[in-house]
Ligand binder design. Structure first.
Ligand code: FES
Length: 146
């Protein structure tokens, strides 16, 4: 089965590395519905400063991306100032979900998830993958496990 996997798509596109990276960034940003932030992993951790304008209010989100991630991670601010970190990979067939004002929606077959990653509408049956977060002040430490 040929899943619409972002990395596979990029590998198969055959574009030069430079233009590949740029087009990937624009593709991911538009597709995700959230500002894209390139991050580096320190071991299995992503450290990200959350005191930024893009994460001002509940429902705001950024998409954290790294060449080591299969899918960008959506870091979503919740009511009360907590955060949720969810894989943007749809659990149905692997398309990249898009953040909308009140939910996350997959453009491929219209599955929808809430901001905890729970399925609101199929065909997806499994929740989005959630990553553990530890806050140190305003810095989120996201534990990436494979
Ligand atoms: S791949 Fe997301 S609903 Fe099918």
């Amino acid at each position: 089965m040929n899943h619409p996997n972002r990395r596979r798509f990029l590998k198969q596109s055959g574009l030069a590395a430079g233009s590949l990276a740029l087009s990937g960034i624009h593709f991911a940003c538009a597709a995700l519905g959230a500002p894209l932030k390139q991050v580096e992993l320190s071991g299995s951790l992503i450290r990200f400063e959350t005191a930024i304008p893009e994460l001002e209010k509940a429902g705001d989100a950024v998409a954290l991306d790294s060449v080591l991630l299969e899918y960008p991670i959506l870091l979503i601010k919740r009511v009360g100032g907590t955060f949720t970190a969810l894989s943007s990979g749809c659990t149905h067939l692997g398309c990249t979900v898009r953040k909308e004002p009140m939910l996350l929606r997959c453009p491929c077959h219209d599955s929808a998830y809430d901001f905890t990653g729970a399925v609101l509408n199929g065909p997806a049956e499994q929740p989005l993958r959630e990553y553990r977060i530890r806050m140190t002040g305003s810095v989120a430490e996201i534990e990436v496990t494979w």
